[in-house]
Ligand binder design. Structure first.
Ligand SMILES: [Zn+2]
Length: 78
């Protein structure tokens, strides 16, 4: 694995974790779970590799099917 360098705080250590991301895809809001990511030990910024990002893009644009549908509560900080 190449040396980690946080693009937010410049921290150089991270922990490999699985994260969930919510994203908008053609007007739908979808969640992708179990994304392998590096989480900065200093500021908790999540970094997802280019390869993984591409896999997610293919998945949510039709290569995969959702494992389930859940209601989503949306909050807005006014
Ligand atoms: Zn950081």
């Amino acid at each position: 694995m190449p040396a980690f360098k946080c693009h937010v705080c410049g921290g150089e250590s991270a922990t490999d974790q699985f994260v969930s991301e919510v994203m908008d895809v053609e007007g739908r809001r979808v969640m992708v779970q179990h994304i392998p990511a590096q989480v900065c030990n200093r500021c908790s910024e999540t970094s997802i590799s280019r390869e993984t990002t591409e896999r997610i893009r293919l998945l949510v644009h039709g290569a995969g099917s959702p494992v389930r549908t859940v209601p989503l509560e949306v909050f807005e900080l006014a």
